[in-house]
Design a protein around this ligand. Structure first.
Ligand code: KE4
Length: 425
């Protein structure tokens, strides 16, 4: 695949942007090679600077569930920008948007719009700490909740260990109030609460993990998180920035029937524009200024253009969309399994709705250590081979892939044929 123009853009970009990218994963460092620079997108297709057409399974990391440049979304944005881009004042549209989010997430009694998933989880954690008047934050190894300091924490070797910074620039003191456990390890969670329940402010979890590949919660795991938080006076937070509106219309809360105190939403909720939401139980959210002592603010929060894109996107998410996504996801799952089986490679496919990962290990992949142990060379062969054949897959074995409703059965079949050829080596 010719990417001469993208290569030239990358060289130019590296002179003014770290690594030439505005977010690290886009640099393709994990898989090798260089990224195509994308010029435009339509439906399930990306088109790069060298006019290569790519079947897209990144979906701009989740938002493009209805497909890129969907007419209804573009029209809503075009109509809105004619009346101005931002007012820094309350608008009727934000109220309608919040009421629409509640239709998908009825447990979100009060919510705030912010500008990124990072801001949503960061704010939810501050609210949880303000409400509980405690400091300890519990997260799970391999779950990513954005780049706020207290979340960039390396898992320790023990069961529940104090975090060490997992990034430069994070003070040891900041990491010290973050405890990390192993995903799906109910015993460790129960033991932590038995030992230190009265100190825990909050537990945050990706209810369907997508940042160590797609890993579903095992029965009882989510129930324990919510139940133990309730029992010990801590606040439970579901980070549904990635799985929200994707694993079901009402996300993981609907799919698993487990309701946390707070939820963070992003990606799909803004339809590709800088928009995220955090919210939940009224009693907890009432600590947020100006009602209470927990401060959170933002110049562009609830931005009219982003709200228009989010409303138009959510408005398209009907039952038919999820039926189609499930059928496409199942077809892709079967095709990838066949490709890896025919290539004689140890593998498993884990999928929840339209989030999917082909792992190169026997499986099941239950946590970060399992994911890290999967065969990286096989994944990188898979990724490179797909790209060479016009399929754009997330450039890291730790990233979940996403389907959009704009894909067709023919797209899926082409993808599986490309995977079969790529994996033959
Ligand atoms: P943003 O700040 O990137 O909008 O959202 C952070 C975030 C929070 N929670 C979850 C579960 C997330 O997956 C994310 C961001 N996801 C990554 C993909 N793994 C975004 C891609 C990137 O970092 O460029």
């Amino acid at each position: 695949m010719d990417i001469a123009k993208s290569e030239a853009w990358l060289e130019r970009a590296q002179k003014v942007i770290p690594g030439g990218v505005n977010s690290p994963v886009r640099a393709f460092r994990a898989v090798g090679g260089h990224p195509p620079f994308i010029r435009r997108a339509q439906g399930a297709r990306l088109f790069d600077e060298d006019d290569n057409e790519l079947i897209d399974y990144v979906c701009t990391w989740g938002p493009a569930i209805v497909g890129h440049a969907r007419r209804e979304v573009l029209d809503a944005v075009k109509a809105r920008i004619e009346d101005g881009l931002s007012f820094g004042a309350p608008t009727a549209a934000e109220v309608e948007f919040a009421e629409l989010v509640q239709k998908f997430y009825p447990s979100v009694e009060l919510m705030r719009c912010v500008n990124s998933g990072t801001e949503a989880t960061m704010s939810a954690i501050r609210v949880a700490r303000g409400f509980s008047k405690r400091d300890l934050l519990v997260k799970f190894d391999g779950c990513y909740h954005g780049h706020a300091d207290h979340l960039l924490v390396k898992a320790g070797s023990g069961a529940a260990t104090f975090g060490e910074p997992d990034s430069g620039g994070v003070p040891a003191g900041t990491a010290a109030t973050t405890l990390t456990l192993t995903y799906n390890d109910r015993d460790a969670l129960q033991k932590l609460f038995a030992d230190r329940g009265s100190e825990i402010a909050t537990v945050i979890v990706e209810p369907v993990a997508g940042n160590m590949g797609c890993i579903p919660p095992e029965p009882g795991f989510l129930e324990d998180i919510v139940g133990l938080c309730k029992k010990h006076g801590a606040v439970s937070i579901f980070d549904e920035v990635m799985c929200g509106f994707r694993v079901a219309k009402g996300g993981a809360i609907e799919r698993y029937g487990v309701t946390p105190d707070l939820v963070a939403l992003g990606k799909v909720v803004g339809g590709g524009m800088p928009m995220a939401v955090y919210g939940g139980r009224r009693e907890v959210m009432e600590v947020v200024a100006p009602l209470g002592p927990v401060y959170q603010a933002g110049t562009l929060s609830g931005n009219p253009v982003a709200v228009a894109a989010g409303k138009a996107t959510l408005g398209l998410l009907n039952d038919e969309v999820y039926t189609k996504l499930e059928a496409l996801g199942a077809r892709l799952e079967e095709g990838l399994k066949k490709a890896a089986t025919d290539a004689g490679l140890s593998h498993c496919v884990q999928r929840v709705g339209s989030m999917i990962t082909l792992f190169f290990s026997e499986g099941p992949v239950r946590n970060f250590a399992d994911s890290a142990a999967t065969n990286t060379e096989h994944f990188n062969r898979f990724h490179r081979g797909l790209l060479e054949r016009g399929v754009y897959w997330p450039p890291s074995k730790f990233e979940a892939a996403f389907l959009s409703v704009a894909l067709t059965e023919d797209d899926i079949d082409k993808t599986c044929a490309a995977a079969a050829e790529a994996l033959k080596g």
